[in-house]
Ligand binder design. Structure first.
Ligand code: ADP
Length: 527
C-alpha cells in the first residue's frame, strides 16, 4: 500500500537527471555555507525522486572521509580543452587523463563523483595552502572541474549518464555555462540546460588574459559581453552571461546584487538578465541541526524542554573558561572572520559592548588581523570574552545550543545559515537587515512582539553604534523572561526545511529547460 502510494507520487513529479557541480560538499570539504547547501539540496531533490549526482574535486581530505569509494571512469580531456603543461599526465602525448571516483553522500543515496587529479592532491583547504594563502593555480584547478563537468554533461565519458541539467555553483563552476554554450553554438551539439547559483558575488574568480590563453578557453569568449572583465576575465561572469537560469540564495540578495554596491562591477549584467534571475532561500538540514537529537551538544532539548538548553550554556561557558553565570546574556559568533561578516564593527565597539552585562564567545578563523584583535580583547577581559580560532564543526553545534543570542552584523549576506540554525536552537539572532538575514528574521518591535511574529533583533545600518543599540535591546529583552521565551519559541517554530526550497529548484530547472529550447543565440549584453 505504502509503495503504491509512493510510486504514484513519484510518477506525478518531473524526473530530471541533474549534475550538481561544486567546490565544496559537507562532510567531505566545507569552508562555509556552500558546503552545507551542496549536501542538503541534492538530498532534498533526491527525496523528490530526482536522479541527482554531485561532482567535486577529489581533495585528499575528502577522499579520506569517503566510504566504499571506487573508480568508475577515466576521462581523457580534449587537447584543446585542457593544456598538457599543467603537470597532468600526458596520455598519447596529447591528451590529459583524470579519474572519476564514486561514493555516496553519507546518510543518503546521492552519488558523489570526485575528480582525481594531481591538481587537487594537496593538503590545506579547497582554496588555501596551510599558510592561509590562495593556491596560485586556482584558475587551473577549478577550470578542470568545469572541463570535466562539460565532458560528463555531453555524455562523452564512461560515466554513461547524461544529465538534463547542469547546476553550477559559484565562480568555481562559472565556466560551465560558457563552455556548454560553445558546444551548442559552434559544435552544434545538443547541450543540457544550465542553472547557475550565486552563493556569494564577492568571489568572482578573476584572472589575467595570459591565464585565459594558457587555459585554452575558446578565444571568441574574450570580449566584454562574455568572459572579459576589465582587461582580465572572470569565471563567475561565464555563469551569469550564459546560464539558462541564474539564481541566488535569497530573494533580497537577488535584488541587492543588481545594485552597484553589491554587484561588484556586474550589477549591470545582473539587471540586464533580471528576467532570468531569481532568489530561492536556502533551507537547513533539519536532521543534522535538530536540538532534540543533536549528538554534538551536551543536553538535547525541544520547545517543551527549553529549560534543558541551560545545560548547554554551562557547557559552553566551561569549554571557553568563562565564569558560569546562569543569568548573564551569553552572546556568540561562529563565522569566517572576514570583512563581509562585519566582525570589525563589533571589534571597534568592543569596549562599550563589554560594559553591558554580557559574555561573548567567538569561534572562527580567517583574517589574521581580526584574529589578533579578538585575541587582544580576550586577553584584556578574559571573564567576558573568549575565542577559539580554527574550524570546529562539533563546537559550532554546542555554541548554537548553549548561547542565548547569535551576532551576525554582516555587511552583506547572500542567505546566511547561522541565523537559521539559531532560530531552530532557540537562540535569538541579532542580524543586520541585509540579504537572507532580512528575509528570515523578524525584528522584536512592539508590533511584532504583540502579534507573536518576532524572532530576533534586526538593525539597519552597518555601523558600530547600531550594533551597540541592538545588543543593548537584546540585553533588555533578555531581562524579561516571558518575552525572551516567546522569542525563542517563535523562532523554533519557523520552518526552514529544504523541502520547500527544493520544490522551487525543480521549477527553476523546468524553466531552464524551457529557456534552453528557445535559446538559439545569446544576445550580447549591453553594460
Ligand atoms: P558563509 O557561507 O558566508 O561562510 P553561512 O552562514 O552561509 O556563511 O555559512 C557558514 C557555515 O559555516 C555555517 O554552517 C557555520 O556554522 C560554518 N562555520 C563557519 N566558520 C566555522 C568555524 N570556525 N567552525 C565551524 N563551523 C563554521
Amino acid at each position: 500500500m505504502m509503495n503504491a502510494k509512493k510510486n504514484k507520487k513519484s510518477q506525478k513529479k518531473p524526473k530530471y537527471k541533474i549534475l550538481f557541480v561544486s567546490s565544496e560538499l559537507h562532510p567531505f570539504a566545507k569552508t562555509g555555507g556552500l558546503g552545507d547547501v551542496s549536501n542538503s539540496l541534492p538530498k532534498a531533490l533526491k527525496a523528490l525522486y530526482q536522479d541527482i549526482r554531485i561532482l567535486i574535486p577529489a581533495y585528499p581530505f575528502a577522499v579520506k572521509k569517503a566510504e566504499s569509494i571506487k573508480t568508475i571512469a577515466t576521462i581523457d580531456l580534449p587537447t584543446k580543452g585542457f593544456p598538457g603543461h599543467l603537470g597532468l599526465p600526458a596520455i598519447e602525448g596529447k591528451r590529459n587523463r583524470v579519474s572519476i571516483l564514486e561514493t555516496l553522500l553519507p546518510g543518503s543515496q546521492v552519488k558523489v563523483m570526485m575528480i582525481e587529479s594531481e591538481l587537487y592532491n594537496r593538503s590545506g583547504t579547497p582554496y588555501f595552502n596551510s599558510n592561509n594563502k590562495e593556491w596560485d593555480d586556482n584558475d587551473f584547478r577549478f577550470a578542470l572541474l568545469n572541463y570535466v563537468a562539460v565532458e560528463i554533461a555531453m555524455g562523452r565519458t564512461e560515466v554513461n549518464w547524461k544529465p538534463d541539467i547542469v547546476h553550477g555553483n559559484d565562480w568555481q563552476a562559472g565556466l560551465i555555462g560558457a563552455l556548454l554554450e560553445d558546444e551548442h553554438l559552434n559544435k552544434k551539439n545538443l547541450r543540457p540546460a544550465t542553472v547557475f547559483t550565486i552563493h556569494n558575488m564577492a568571489h568572482m574568480g578573476v584572472y589575467s588574459q595570459e591565464r585565459f590563453n594558457a587555459l585554452e578557453l575558446p578565444k571568441h569568449l574574450w570580449n566584454h559581453h562574455e568572459l572579459e572583465f576589465h582587461d582580465d576575465f572572470s569565471f563567475i561572469k561565464g555563469g551569469l552571461v550564459f546560464s539558462d537560469r541564474v539564481n541566488t540564495v535569497s530573494p533580497s540578495y537577488a535584488k541587492e546584487i543588481q545594485h552597484e554596491e553589491f554587484g561588484y562591477g556586474l550589477s549591470g549584467l545582473l539587471s540586464y538578465r533580471s528576467e532570468r534571475l531569481s532568489g530561492i532561500l536556502n533551507g537547513i538540514d533539519m536532521k543534522e541541526w535538530n536540538p532534540a537529537k543533536d549528538p554534538m551538544i551536551k543536553q538535547n532539548y525541544s520547545i517543551k524542554t527549553l529549560i534543558d538548553k541551560q545545560t548547554n550554556k554551562t557547557a559552553v561557558q566551561k569549554h571557553f573558561n568563562l565564569p558560569k553565570k546562569k543569568n548573564t546574556l551569553l552572546l556568540g559568533i561562529v563565522a569566517r572572520l572576514v570583512y563581509q561578516k562585519g566582525i570589525d564593527l563589533v571589534l571597534e565597539n568592543m569596549e562599550e559592548i563589554l560594559e553591558l552585562p554580557v559574555q561573548i564567545v567567538v569561534l572562527g578563523s580567517g583574517d589574521l588581523e581580526l584574529e589578533s584583535r579578538l585575541r587582544q580583547w580576550s586577553n584584556k577581559y578574559p571573564d567576558k570574552i573568549q575565542i577559539q580560532l580554527g574550524y570546529d564543526e562539533s563546537l559550532s553545534h554546542l555554541i548554537e545550543a548553549g548561547i542565548d543570542a547569535f551576532i551576525m552584523p554582516s555587511r552583506f549576506e547572500p542567505c546566511g545559515l547561522n541565523q537559521l540554525y539559531s532560530l531552530r536552537y532557540g537562540t535569538i539572532p541579532i542580524v543586520r537587515e541585509t540579504g537572507g538575514l532580512a528575509d528570515t528574521v523578524v525584528h522584536a518591535s512592539k508590533e511584532h512582539l504583540n502579534n507573536n511574529t518576532a524572532t530576533g533583533v534586526v538593525f539597519h545600518e552597518s555601523k558600530g553604534s547600531t550594533i551597540i543599540d541592538a545588543i543593548t535591546l537584546t540585553s533588555l529583552l533578555y531581562q524579561n523572561k516571558d518575552i525572551w521565551k516567546q522569542l525563542m519559541i517563535s523562532g523554533m517554530k519557523q520552518e526552514y526545511s529544504w523541502k520547500e526550497s527544493a520544490k522551487k529548484y525543480l521549477k527553476l530547472y523546468a524553466q531552464a529547460i524551457k529557456d534552453r529550447n528557445k535559446y538559439t543565440q545569446h544576445t550580447p549584453v549591453i553594460l
